[in-house]
Design a protein around this ligand. Structure first.
Ligand code: GAL
Length: 792
C-alpha cells in the first residue's frame, strides 16, 4: 500500500475553451453518462456524450471554443442593455446580461497516475456549475461564492486509456445578489493529486488557546483520510517553522487510520517567545503535516497560521493581542474595472494595498466568502477580515456553504468575525432567529475561537434575533437618526456592537454638482440616500462611542450595479471611497486624515471653473495637521484650526490660478496640497503602478493614465478618448475610467478619460521580456512606458 505519491496541487487555469450559449445536455443518466450529439448538433439522449468529451467528437468540429485562461468573467465582455434581466432590482446587476456558457479542457495523465487520488477544486464559479468528466456527470454546484471539489480518480483516463476532457456548464441566468456578480469560472481551478491516504480537505485546524509574551500554546487537529480498503497504522509528524523557515518545534503522533473514513489526531505545541500576528507586524508561522506509513512518506501538507489573541468588549470594543484597536474597515464587493469579477491575484492585492494606503485596517467581504487568495494576502498584509457567509439559510445547501467557508478559512489569523448574514428579509422574525441560531451553533461547533455576527438592517431588538449571535452588526442606524444609535448601548449594556455597514455616501469622482441626467453625484455629498450618512458622521459615531468597536464603510470601491440614487444610464454604484478603478474620491482623503497619522492635507474641489470668475466656491480641506493655511495665487485666505474628525471650509471667490493648502504642526509646514487651473488637454501621461512584473501569464500591472495640459497639470474635466497599443511580453487585460455611466466596453483598446483619468490593466504573458504600452489620442501628445517582466 502507499503509492508513494506526495501531494501536488497545480493551478488548472490555462488552456480552457469557452463556448457562449446553450448546449442541450440532458441529465438522463446511463451508466453515469449523459446524452450524445448528432451531426446537426442536437443531442441524442442516453448515448455517449461526445460533444466535448472526445477529441475526435463533433463538438470540436461544430462548436467554436474560444481559447482562454481563467479566471474568466464573460459578463463584462458583453454590451450594456437597459433591460438587463439579472439582479434583484432594476440596474442592480449593472445592466449586463448573464446567460449560459461552457468551459472545456483536455489533459493527459501518465499510466502510473492511476491508483492515487485526483481532485479538482473550483474556488468559485458565478452561476450554477455542472461538471462532467469524460462523459460522467460529476456534480452540480449552486452558489457562486464558495467552491466545490470533486474526486475524479475513478473516471479519469490514465496513460493509453486516452486523454481526459472536463466540461463545465455555467448557467448564469439567475442572480443571487443585488450587485454585479459576473458569469463564469471567475476564481482559480486546481488539480490536486494525493496518495489514497492523505490529510483531508481543509484537514488541519490550528488554534492558539494560550497566547502570552513568553509562551504560546498551539493546538493542531489533523484529519487524515484513508481511501484504501483496509485500515493502516500511520504516523503524523507535525513540524512548526518560523517565518525564516527555522524549525521551532515538532511532534509525532501515531494512529490507526480506519479505511474509507477520517481519523483525527490532536497535537499540542509550546512556542517560546512567540512572534505575534498583528496589523503592524503580520508574523506568520507554517505547520507542515507529514503522513508516514511503513517508513514511507505519503503526504506533506502545509498550513500557514498566526499566533494572536482577539477579544471583544461591550464597553471598550476590540482588542488584538490585549491592545485596544479601532476597526477602520471598508465593505467591498469583489469586482474591478476592466475585469468584472475575474481578478488576477495581483489585482486583488492592488485593491487591498489601496485600502491600506487610505489607512484602513479591516475588510468586510460583502456579502459572501472572499476568494481564498484574498485571505492569504490579508494574513500577509495585516488586514483584519469580517468573513461573511452568503445568506441566512439553514437548508442542507445553506449549511454546506457555511461549513465550507468555516473549514476553509478558520486557520487565517486575519479572520476575526464570522458574519452569518446580511440584511435578510427574515431578520428580526421568530423564524429568522431560529435559522440564525442554527448557523451560529454550527459555526461555534466548527470554530469557537471567533465571535459570530449578523449585519442587520433594523433587526437588532426584535424576537431575540440579535441575541443568537455574539456581536450585533449595525447596518446604518435607527430610522430616525441615520447613524448608529447609542441608545441600544444604554438599553443593552452587555451587547457587543459593531458598525457592520456605515455611510453609503454617494459621490462621483471629480463631480461637484448632482446631475440626474448623466447619473452623477456631487462630491460635496448633496445626494446621499435616506439611510446613509457622511463618512464624518459614521466615523464620529465610533470615536465618540468606543463600544461601537469599529466601522465598515460602505464601500471601499465603487462596484458595478446598484447605481443608487439613479437608474440607467448609470450602471455602477457611487458609494466607494474610490471609484471602480481605485482612483480616490475626496472622501478617500477624509478617511486618510482620520485613519492615518502621517501628515496630509487635501483640498477640494478642482480649480477649473470657467465662467464662475468672481463667484463664491465652497472649498473644503481634510487634514490631520494642527492648522491649515489656504492661499489663492499666493494670497493667504486665512489659517484655520484643524478639527481632526471633521473638515475645514472656506468660501473663496473664484479666480483661475493656484489654490494651495498648507498643513502645519507647531507653526511648521509639514504637508501641502494644491489644485491648479489647468489649460486645454495637451498630452497623455502614464503612471504604472510598478515597472516590473512576473512572466507568469497572470501578473497584472495597473497603469494610471492622465490627460495633462501643456504645463503638466491634470485637466480635471478632460474626457479625451485614448487608444492603447500594447506589444511585447504582455497584453491589455482591460480598461476603465470610473465613470458610473460609461457604456464603453472594458475589453477594447479604446477608452475615454473621465475627469482627467482612466486606467489600463496590463497583463504579463509567460514570456520574459519587455512590454511596450503606448497611449495615443487625436490632438494629444502620446505617451509610452516600458514594463519588464521576468521569469519567476
Ligand atoms: C445595504 C446593503 C448593501 C447595499 C447598501 C447600499 O443595506 O446591505 O448591500 O445595498 O445598503 O447602501
Amino acid at each position: 500500500m502507499g503509492t508513494g505519491t506526495v501531494r501536488s496541487k497545480v493551478k488548472f487555469d490555462e488552456n480552457w475553451g469557452f463556448y457562449k450559449g446553450e448546449l442541450q445536455i440532458p441529465y438522463a443518466v446511463k451508466g453515469g453518462m449523459t446524452g450524445g450529439i448528432t451531426d446537426t448538433g442536437a443531442l441524442r439522449e442516453g448515448e455517449w456524450l461526445d460533444i466535448a468529451f472526445n477529441d475526435k467528437g463533433m463538438g470540436e468540429q461544430q462548436l467554436e471554443w474560444t481559447a482562454l485562461s481563467l479566471p474568466h468573467d464573460w459578463c463584462v465582455e458583453q454590451q450594456y442593455v437597459q433591460d438587463g434581466q439579472l439582479g434583484a432590482r432594476d440596474g442592480s446587476h449593472g445592466y449586463l446580461p448573464g446567460g449560459t456558457g461552457f468551459y472545456r479542457k483536455t489533459f493527459e495523465l501518465p499510466a502510473d497516475a492511476a491508483g492515487s487520488k485526483w481532485t479538482v477544486h473550483f474556488d468559485g464559479v458565478s452561476g450554477t456549475a455542472t461538471v462532467w468528466v469524460n462523459g460522467h456527470l460529476i456534480g452540480s454546484h449552486h452558489g457562486g461564492y464558495i467552491g466545490s471539489s470533486y474526486d475524479l480518480s475513478d473516471v479519469l483516463r490514465y496513460g493509453g486509456e486516452g486523454s481526459n476532457v472536463i466540461l463545465v456548464k455555467v448557467d448564469a441566468t439567475e442572480c443571487e445578489g443585488w450587485w454585479y456578480e459576473g458569469c463564469g469560472i471567475y476564481r482559480h481551478v486546481w488539480l490536486e493529486n494525493t496518495d489514497r491516504l492523505h490529510v483531508a480537505e481543509y484537514g488541519t485546524y490550528i488554534t492558539t488557546p494560550e497566547v502570552a509574551k513568553e509562551k504560546a500554546v498551539v493546538s493542531i487537529r489533523t484529519r487524515l483520510r484513508n481511501d484504501y480498503t483496509e485500515g493502516m497504522p500511520v504516523s503524523l509528524r507535525t513540524v512548526i517553522y518560523d517565518a525564516d523557515g527555522m524549525q521551532i518545534c515538532a511532534d509525532s503522533a501515531d494512529a490507526f487510520a480506519d479505511w474509507h473514513a477520517e481519523t483525527e489526531l490532536e497535537q499540542s505545541f509550546e512556542v517560546e517567545q512567540p512572534m505575534l500576528w498583528g496589523i503592524e507586524s503580520p508574523y506568520l508561522y507554517r505547520a507542515e503535516s507529514v503522513v508516514i506509513y511503513n517508513g514511507n512518506e505519503l503526504d506533506r501538507y502545509e498550513t500557514v497560521f498566526g499566533i494572536r489573541s482577539i477579544r471583544f468588549d461591550a464597553e471598550e470594543g476590540f482588542f488584538l493581542n490585549g491592545e485596544p484597536l479601532l476597526i477602520k474597515g471598508t465593505c467591498n464587493h469583489q469586482d474591478f474595472a476592466g475585469v468584472g469579477v475575474a481578478l488576477p491575484d495581483s489585482l486583488i492585492e492592488y485593491k487591498l494595498r489601496l485600502l491600506q494606503e487610505m489607512g484602513s485596517n479591516a475588510y468586510r467581504s460583502a456579502h459572501h466568502p472572499p476568494t481564498p487568495e484574498l485571505l492569504d494576502m490579508c494574513d500577509r498584509m495585516g488586514i483584519l477580515v469580517m468573513d461573511e457567509n452568503r445568506k441566512l439559510d439553514s437548508s442542507p445547501e445553506g449549511l454546506s456553504h457555511l461549513e465550507r467557508m468555516l473549514y476553509r478559512d478558520r486557520n487565517h489569523p486575519c479572520v476575526i468575525i464570522w458574519n452569518l448574514e446580511n440584511e435578510e428579509v427574515l431578520e428580526g422574525t421568530v423564524t429568522g432567529a431560529r435559522i440564525l441560531k442554527t448557523l451560529a451553533d454550527r459555526t461555534r461547533r466548527i470554530d469557537p475561537t471567533r465571535p459570530t455576527s449578523a449585519a442587520m438592517n433594523h433587526g437588532w431588538n426584535e424576537n431575540g434575533y440579535n441575541d443568537v449571535v455574539e456581536i450585533t452588526g449595525y447596518n446604518y442606524g435607527h430610522r430616525d437618526t441615520h447613524n448608529i444609535d447609542i441608545r441600544d448601548h444604554g438599553l443593552y449594556p452587555e451587547r457587543l456592537m459593531i458598525g457592520s455597514e456605515c455611510a453609503s455616501y454617494t459621490a462621483t469622482r471629480g463631480i461637484y454638482e448632482d446631475d440626474p441626467v448623466k447619473g452623477y453625484c456631487s462630491e460635496y455629498g448633496t445626494n446621499i440616500p435616506s439611510w446613509g450618512c457622511t463618512p464624518q458622521q459614521a466615523w464620529n459615531d465610533l470615536v465618540n462611542h468606543r463600544f461601537l468597536t469599529g466601522v465598515f464603510m460602505w464601500t471601499g470601491f465603487d462596484y458595478r450595479g446598484e447605481p443608487t440614487p439613479y437608474l440607467w444610464p448609470c450602471i455602477n454604484s457611487h458609494f466607494g471611497l474610490m471609484d471602480t478603478c481605485g482612483f480616490p474620491k475626496d472622501s478617500y482623503y477624509y478617511m486618510q486624515a482620520v485613519w492615518k497619522d502621517e501628515p496630509m492635507v487635501h483640498v477640494l474641489p478642482h480649480w477649473n471653473w470657467p465662467g464662475s470668475e468672481g463667484k463664491p466656491v465652497e472649498v473644503r480641506v481634510f487634514s490631520n495637521t494642527e492648522t491649515v493655511e489656504l492661499s489663492l495665487n499666493g494670497r493667504s485666505l486665512g489659517e484655520q484650526q484643524v478639527d481632526r474628525n471633521g473638515y475645514l471650509s472656506w468660501e473663496v471667490i473664484y479666480e483661475p490660478g493656484e489654490l494651495q493648502a498648507i498643513g502645519k504642526r507647531g507653526g511648521v509646514a509639514i504637508a501641502e496640497n494644491a489644485v491648479v487651473t489647468a489649460g486645454q488637454p495637451h498630452q497623455i501621461a502614464l503612471f504604472p503602478d510598478r515597472l516590473a512584473g512576473r512572466a507568469d501569464g497572470s501578473d497584472t500591472i495597473p497603469v494610471r493614465v492622465a490627460v495633462l495640459d501643456k504645463y503638466g497639470y491634470v485637466v480635471p474635466t478632460a474626457d479625451n478618448e485614448i487608444r492603447f497599443e500594447v506589444t511585447g511580453a504582455g497584453a491589455l487585460l482591460g480598461l476603465g475610467n470610473g465613470n458610473p455611466s460609461s457604456h464603453e466596453p472594458d475589453k477594447s483598446p479604446l477608452r475615454r478619460a473621465f475627469n482627467g483619468w482612466c486606467l489600463a490593466l496590463i497583463q504579463a504573458s509567460h514570456e520574459a521580456g519587455s512590454i511596450q504600452v503606448r497611449a495615443v489620442s487625436t490632438g494629444l501628445a502620446s505617451a509610452e512606458v516600458v514594463l519588464q517582466v521576468t521569469a519567476e
